[in-house]
Design a protein. Structure first.
Length: 275
């Protein structure tokens, strides 16, 4: 029978299926409308394998591209890490005073070294005394430098008493009244047991009476001024922070006048006095 005159293309050749029916038309290749599960199952194996190989190559190529991009990114980050120093933080890890367990002699050497330099910037510094001093002595002890903090500690033999740092505004009067301010801070606390309450009571009482309980000062000055202060009578050490240290972003741990050898907590096995 001649080809359909409406088409100039020859009729497609089809391979007979398992039933030997040669009259079936060619199944759509895209498995779309008009195809059946039987049609799809009769697709040539070579075509399926080729499609699988092509998909595998596409996945492999895509993974290679992703891996290459990630590797390039890692190299760039590594180069940046080695070529650019990390940004400076807000000096949150700086501290004034010795660390627990530190040898006192080592701290004294480090404190002296912190005053080396020729810059004229203002530095925060910790002043440690050889003996506890009374509030009235603080203006002279600072040698004219701005006092920003007063460290109060009531020494009691074999009793752990609190160390209180009182922030002070400019001028001599706030520093002189820092003992009373420290007493108010102690009175505002709540205590877990009778011994803690007794320690707080004797601490508050002695601070309000104006005891010689100042262990140190936090001051601000140039390195030249701080070196001069370190030579004054009664000053055990002056330690300066870098000039970029930020107020309120550094720790203060005083060197108490009675500390020697190693910085440790005092024993707490003695009787607490009434006053």
């Amino acid at each position: 029978m001649p080809d359909d005159p409406r088409s100039s293309e020859p009729a497609p050749e089809t391979a007979p299926d398992d039933r030997g029916d040669s009259s079936a038309g060619q199944a759509p290749r895209d498995g779309g409308p008009g195809s059946t599960a039987e049609d799809l199952g009769n697709m040539p194996a070579e075509s399926t394998a080729a499609d699988d190989d092509s998909a595998t190559r596409r996945i492999s190529l895509r993974n290679s591209v992703i891996f290459g991009i990630a590797a390039v990114g890692a190299v760039i980050l590594l180069v940046i890490a080695f070529r650019e120093p990390p940004p400076a933080s807000a000096v949150a890890t700086d501290r004034l005073g010795p660390a627990p367990g530190e040898q006192v002699e080592h701290y004294l050497v480090d404190a002296k070294a912190s005053l080396d330099g020729a810059d004229t910037d203002q530095h925060w510094a910790l002043v440690s005394f050889t003996e506890y001093i009374a509030p009235q002595q603080l203006p002279a002890a600072a040698d004219g430098l701005r006092i920003s903090g007063v460290i109060q500690h009531v020494p009691v033999d074999r009793v752990q008493t609190p160390v209180i740092t009182v922030a002070t505004p400019g001028g001599d009067e706030p520093a002189v009244k820092s003992g009373e301010a420290a007493a108010g801070l102690v009175a505002a606390q709540q205590f877990r047991d009778e011994r803690s309450a007794a320690v707080a009571h004797v601490t508050e009482s002695r601070l309000r009476a104006g005891c010689a309980c100042t262990a140190g000062l936090v001051v601000r000055g140039t390195l030249t001024q701080l070196r001069d202060l370190a030579t004054q009578p009664g000053v055990r050490a002056v330690q300066a922070l870098p000039a970029d240290a930020v107020a309120g972003r550094f720790a203060v741990s005083p060197l108490l006048p009675g500390s020697s050898d190693t910085v440790t907590s005092s024993p707490d096995d003695g009787p607490v006095p009434a006053e």
